[in-house]
Design a protein. Structure first.
Ligand code: C6P
Length: 407
């Protein structure tokens, strides 16, 4: 069914080869955090074994090697999202930190009472709360693009919400709670037609879709490494160079300066102006290794396999009684959120775990989505390229088990 040799790929992921409660682990919580291949684990451990030192600081050999590896990772990220220059890639802790950076450094200095910040109803809290904070700080107002019962954005209302008051459109490319793929390229073009800058939250997109920031033409694109087979604590922010040049730094400290005196500090050039303090060097190297790994397999191949799994799983759940799928958009990636009639999602998750199946249950840090559907939580299965059709069967068997127990 797939051009990928999934059995061979699974050999690269040592964590998958274990038993949970006497059952083989079935890891279907990839939207929360994905597993890491040996290639990433080895890159990190090689760095600590052979090259560990601080970057941009030392003339000694280890520091030079660490710097070279860190900057090589930046260039891999640049290629991964097809940015024009390494100056446009800022390493951050993850999507959350990047959105806070844009909120505080780009939007806050220019927002005033009466201005608007536009997000959508299906955003993760990381793309809601930083904007609410800017609204509190500036008197701007948060506006929300509504969604339909299918979990698609209402694009007619979107057009009306783009006004001369809008300071930024901040929109997720793929919803973590619903799996919806939003038409961010078209939305960006519409926003730009009115002179409105655009931030795309790519946290759930980068593991599944090939991203080209020049084609999207977005002004900011943010993501976390840990959802794309890289370590936690590292992510990246792409931003157009002219915007980064104009923005003030967000955090101050070492490495983001050219010179410091008590009278005046001269900031460093891009992208270092936005990387205060010692960065997560090993994390960046691990992210670079994850990008190499994804490229080797072919991002289109990964996407095709995951899409097949999603289609198979969706068809199986649709055919079952007592199952409600939350999020039925035409364009979806990886995520299958569902409710089992009469059973709280937390009980679903616990019973699944007893059978070795790891899914996430809860509001998925997207409480407005739960409020929209009038539910407290969902059970969420999310696929990665190392998942198999047999694991989809384990998901279905888990649901049947829950239904038997609660019959
Ligand atoms: N969603 C999930 O289980 P961080 O925590 O900074 O790495 O990523 C935040 C984030 C931002 N945007 C979207 C669309 C996301 O899905 C996430 C993280 C995880 O769905 C953990 S809550």
């Amino acid at each position: 069914m797939s051009v990928l040799d999934i059995a061979a790929i699974r050999q690269d992921f040592p964590i998958l080869d274990q038993q949970i409660n006497g059952y083989p682990l079935v890891y279907l919580d990839n939207a929360a955090s994905s597993q890491k291949p040996n290639q990433v684990i080895d890159a990190i451990s090689d760095y600590y074994r052979k090259d560990n030192a601080n970057v941009h600081r030392g003339v000694h050999r280890l520091s030079q090697r660490a710097t070279d590896a860190y900057e090589a990772a930046r260039d891999k990220v640049r290629g991964f999202v097809n940015a024009k220059s390494d100056k446009e890639i800022v390493f951050v802790r993850g999507a959350t930190e990047a959105i806070n950076l844009v909120a505080q450094s780009f939007v806050r200095p220019q927002a005033q009472v009466g201005d608007e910040i536009l997000i959508s109803h299906m955003e993760h809290h990381a793309n809601i709360v930083p904007w609410q904070m800017v609204c509190e700080q500036t008197g701007a107002t948060l506006k929300v693009i509504p969604m339909t019962q299918q979990g698609e954005l209402d694009l007619t209302t979107f057009d009306d919400l783009l006004t001369e008051k809008t300071k930024i459109l901040a929109i997720g490319q793929v919803s973590n709670a619903l799996g919806t793929i939003n038409p961010v390229k078209e939305m960006t073009a519409k926003a730009h037609a009115k002179g409105i800058p655009v931030l795309v939250d790519g946290a759930q997109a980068v593991p599944h879709l090939a991203v080209d920031v020049q084609d999207l033409d977005c002004d900011f694109y943010v993501f976390s490494g840990h959802k794309m087979f890289a370590p936690t604590g590292i992510g990246a922010m792409y931003a157009k160079q002219e915007l980064l040049e104009a923005m003030p730094p967000w955090q101050g400290g070492g490495d983001m300066i050219l010179s410091v005196s008590f009278d005046h500090t001269q900031y460093n050039e891009l992208p270092y102006k936005f990387e205060a303090g010692t960065p997560h060097i090993a994390g960046a190297i691990g992210l670079g290794a994850a990008i190499d790994y994804m490229h080797k397999l072919g991002i289109e191949n990964l996407a095709a396999h995951e899409h097949q799994l999603l289609d198979i799983a969706t068809a199986k759940l649709v055919a079952m009684d007592g199952i409600r799928i939350i999020g039925t958009a035409k364009e979806k990636a990886s995520v299958l959120s569902f409710m089992i009639e009469g059973v709280h999602p937390h009980d679903v998750g616990t019973i699944f775990d007893q059978q070795g199946v790891a899914i996430r249950t809860g509001h998925h840090c997207a409480q407005p989505v739960m409020q929209f559907f009038g539910i407290p939580a969902t059970a969420r299965a999310s696929f990665a390229f190392y998942n198999t059709v047999e694991e989809v069967d384990a998901l279905v068997a888990g649901i049947k088990k829950v239904q038997e127990l609660f019959a």
